[in-house]
Design a protein around this ligand. Sequence first.
Ligand code: AMP
Length: 116
Amino acid sequence: MSEADCLFCRIVAKEIPAEIVYETDRALAFRDVNPQAPTHVLVIPKGHYRDAAALAAADHGLADEVIRVAHEVALREGVVESGYRLVFNTGPGAGQTVFHVHGHVLGGRGLQWPPG
Ligand code: AMP
């Protein structure tokens, strides 16, 4: 499943460059172009799903894999001990701007809670 005009599908297809930090058969992790923390990596399924709810309703195990990949990225970035945040903005009202589900892995600095 892919959408020709989807930015993240185009990154999966290598039509748009990205700094890939980790990859499995079904998921891809790459650095956010506008990082909000020293570690700011986006984790996506390679297939196109609009948001976290669509991903959860999809193939068995794919949402689990995205979360496993997010944790692997956090390990590789060295932010597990200090703590990291995994955020899925869902819907425009929550700040989702790219409608191909992505988890933001944020770490490497103090992360306030609740977020602003
Ligand atoms: P969201 O606002 O939750 O939909 O997050 C979209 C994220 O995608 C933002 O943090 C952007 O900085 C990031 N982004 C947009 N274009 C690119 C790109 N070409 N490569 C990497 N990250 C991107």
